[in-house]
Write a new protein. Structure first.
Ligand SMILES: [Fe+2]
Ligand SMILES: [Fe+2]
Length: 220
């Protein structure tokens, strides 16, 4: 099958899998409820960390991207992620919640360590831009309204940028995953990223259960 048909099937499978995650999350999250303080700031610091992570990593990929439009697109993305980092950090600082030495829990870092180790531009753009950014967009869709206020506005403002980043991943797959061997590799990378995100999500839900057991619910 060609790259376009391959992408269509792949995206359908990915969205189906993510819908399954949300069903499980729904057991602990009420869709319209504001998050507890620990959850809110853990997620926001995690976002801030990830934006900062992506700038040098994606920057180092530029010279390996053979397609000019994709290379310029990823260059724009590097600037977008730098802007996202600065805006999230600034709002965290305003709220007195920024931690310079923050590092996310191990399962979250594992996702990005795996992406960092991908050695080929198609694997990188499939694993990061397509798979991981698709997970981020789906999470934000179901999460930002729970944050409300300035945070909701900020993530709504970032949304078109993040859509653009996923589109770069889709374009790379359409253009370069045109034979059985490359499609097999892309599938392996994409589903490995989804597996790692699923493990990270399970770890986050365990963290939530520990907080729920340790303290009475104090919602913002
Ligand atoms: Fe971003
Ligand atoms: Fe992004």
């Amino acid at each position: 099958m060609n790259g376009t048909e391959f992408l269509r099937q792949l995206e359908e499978e990915c969205l189906e899998r993510m819908a399954g995650w949300r069903q499980r999350d729904a057991q602990r999250l009420t869709p319209d409820q504001a998050p507890q303080a620990w959850e809110k700031y853990e997620r926001l610091r995690r976002s801030c960390w990830t934006e900062a992570w992506s700038v040098p990593v994606l920057g180092s990929w530029l010279e390996t991207i053979p397609d000019t439009n994709l290379r310029m697109g990823v260059a724009r993305q590097v600037a977008d992620e730098a802007k996202h980092f600065l805006r999230i950090r600034s709002l965290l600082q305003t709220e007195g919640e920024y931690q310079e030495d923050y590092a996310p829990y191990a399962e979250w870092r594992n996702v990005y360590r795996y992406i960092e180790e991908l050695g080929d531009f198609l694997d990188r753009l499939s694993g990061h831009n397509f798979a991981s950014e698709l997970v981020a967009i789906e999470n934000q869709k179901h999460y930002r309204h729970r944050l409300g206020g300035a945070w909701k506005d900020l993530f709504e403002e970032f949304h078109p940028d993040e859509e653009f980043h996923v589109r770069l991943g889709r374009t790379a797959i359409q253009l370069f995953a045109n034979d059985a061997a490359s499609q097999q590799r892309v599938r392996r990378t994409v589903f490995k990223v989804l597996d790692l995100h699923e493990r990270s999500r399970q770890a986050f839900n365990r963290l939530a259960a520990e907080h729920a057991a340790a303290e009475p619910a104090t919602r913002l």
